[in-house]
Design a protein around this ligand. Structure first.
Ligand code: SF4
Length: 565
């Protein structure tokens, strides 16, 4: 069935009625306020599913003391999709030192407290209560990165798959557009969710579900109980997920309490044509009109443009790269230019594109020349750029130049983090970046000054950052601009000692810099760095020193940020 795209996906029965919908096919429940912008997963998926003929209604930030908000749009015909929102709900609610945050960028007025802790589990329970028998599919970053047994920093405990805790029927991991349409079609056909035929999903054993056959290539992960007994097994499991995310095979399976959880290979990424269709959908780039206060997250990205997905860096602490994968999926120039043409018709447009980027700013168009081969590397960029990694910084600069030439565009800025090891390879890109696309300050993430720590992070060596700074300063001066690099730094990373933090502090003092962006490492679920933190080993299994307790972490953090708590 072909459906017209609504002005805004509906959040109430009245809005459904205005669209002529007597009911909905799919209910999306999210822990964020609803923002109709392609930078937000709920909007992307709602409009993508509508484009595929499904009537989608949204319940955003429902109260969790009763089911009143959950039932507001009625029982959906096919299934409910549940997400905590753009962030893991525990990360959204607590600081690096486990103190309650007072703000929330994804809520009107920036106020904290609009979603529960472990939102995916709580919302799934509400949906079960409201609509008995309705299939529930969980997704988003919280579900994705907690899909198997994982370390939970906030309780300092190993937790089993969120599928088992939430009792959801299915989990969609990674970017969900393709998998969710496949799930909708499977349910619509009346099949029990036939796991064996789907990609990008996970599910627990069930008698009513077709499981992968023994002829499939299946890797048995350490069980939940083995990981609880021996933290080192968490590293084995985490590295297996990293390999699966990158290479696409085999199936993984993990036992927990006598039940198997199955993890299908990832869904194929969207093609440039499909990405073009997705970003051509008529997002209004506004919050739903029911909200009367500004939402900080929208203000940050309202006129930004996503040029690509994925990051080839493979940094061990990065949840986003695990979620989106290492393969770069770039939009075509035409698709990006079309989006800019639509930005210009927005009532709030003032002529500035505030960012053109993705997880890293300058990987647009990059690709692996050996696509389809199994790759044993964990990063395309470190310890040195892989000879099969094709990247063209010239093309990245040309893209920015072409967007800046579009009539009505006054400024184009790069606000996503620049990958400095790549940028260094093209002086013209550096001149374009410093001369035309930096608005006074450039965000860069060297993360540390000690190569022993950078190696564990899978970041480029520090001398590359120093070379980048020198070239950026020269290029800024040549353009007659006074501008600065804002370095993003991290304390208490696994393997980092107090002495390493003092080395970093000395380097900053020698430069006369007062660090403004220092993040104490937070062991978020599912990352390799979190396995290092929990098991106190590197990826080869060698012991490493770890600032583990909050007191040890705070001590390191205060070496750079004395006022922190
Ligand atoms: S072969 Fe090289 S470029 Fe290709 S995925 Fe592996 S590391 Fe990356």
């Amino acid at each position: 069935m072909r459906l017209d795209q609504p002005d805004m996906p509906p959040l109430s029965r009245e809005e459904c009625a205005r669209l002529g919908w007597t009911d909905i096919d799919i209910l999306l429940v999210t822990g964020d306020a609803f923002i109709d912008h392609p930078a937000f997963g709920a909007a992307l998926l709602a409009r993508w599913l509508i484009a595929h003929g499904y009537r989608v209604g949204i319940v955003a930030q429902p109260r969790w003391t009763n089911i009143e908000d959950i039932v507001a749009l009625g029982r959906p015909r096919l299934f409910a999709g549940v997400t905590s929102g753009a962030l893991d709900s525990m990360l959204a609610h607590y600081t690096a030192f486990r103190k309650k945050r007072r703000d929330d960028a994804y809520t009107p007025g920036g106020r904290a407290g609009a979603r529960p802790n472990r939102a995916t589990v709580v919302y799934t329970g509400l949906v079960r209560q409201a609509f008995p028998g309705l299939p529930v599919v969980i997704g988003g970053i919280e579900a994705s990165l907690r899909r198997a047994t994982h370390y939970d920093f906030w309780t300092d405990a190993v937790r089993r798959s969120i599928l088992l805790d939430s009792k959801a029927d299915l989990l969609v991991y990674g970017m969900a557009e393709r998998a969710l349409v496949d799930v909708a079609r499977a349910i619509e056909k009346g099949d029990p969710i036939a796991l064996a035929s789907l990609r990008g999903v996970a599910a627990a054993d069930s008698k009513s579900r077709e499981m992968p056959s023994q002829s499939e290539d299946i890797e048995q992960l350490p069980s939940h109980e083995e990981i609880v007994a021996d933290p080192r097994r968490l590293m084995d499991a985490t590295l297996a997920f990293e390999r699966q995310t990158h290479n696409g095979a085999p199936w993984l399976t993990q036992l927990a309490g006598g039940r198997n959880v199955w993890f299908a290979p990832p869904a194929a990424p969207l093609t440039p044509g499909e990405l073009g269709e997705l970003y051509a959908l008529p997002f209004t780039r506004r919050a739903h009109p029911r909200y009367t206060e500004p939402i900080p997250a929208l203000e940050m990205v309202q006129f930004s443009v996503t040029a690509h997905r994925g990051c080839a860096g493979g940094c061990t602490f990065c949840s986003l790269a695990l979620h989106q994968g290492r393969r770069i999926q770039s939009r075509s120039f035409e698709s990006i230019a079309d989006e800019v043409a639509r930005l210009k018709r927005h009532r709030d447009w003032r002529g500035s594109i505030t960012d053109v980027g993705g997880p890293s700013a300058n990987m647009w168009g990059a690709r692996c020349l050996r696509e389809g081969h199994t790759c044993r590397r964990t990063s395309c960029l470190v310890p040195a750029i892989c000879p099969h990694f094709a990247y063209d910084q010239h093309a990245a600069a040309d893209l920015l130049d072409a967007l800046a030439r579009i009539p009505g565009v006054r400024h184009v800025r790069v606000a996503s983090g620049v990958r400095h090891d790549l940028a260094l390879h093209d002086p013209e890109y550096m001149h374009a970046l410093a001369g035309r696309y930096t608005g006074g300050q450039l965000k860069l993430a060297p993360e540390h000054a000690c190569d022993n720590v950078l190696r564990l992070m899978r970041k480029p060596s520090f001398d590359q950052f120093e070379r980048f700074m020198a070239v950026f300063d020269d290029a800024s001066r040549a353009s007659g601009k006074e501008q600065y690099i804002v370095p993003y730094l991290m304390s208490a990373f696994p393997g980092c000692t107090d002495a390493d933090m003092h080395t970093l502090a000395r380097w900053l003092r020698a430069k006369g810099w007062k660090p403004r962006q220092v993040q104490c490492f937070i062991p978020t679920p599912g990352t390799v760095a979190t396995a290092m933190y929990h098991a106190r080993i590197d990826t080869e299994g060698h012991p490493i020193p770890v600032a583990h307790s909050d007191a040890e972490r705070l001590k390191q953090h205060r070496i750079l940020a004395p006022a922190a708590d």
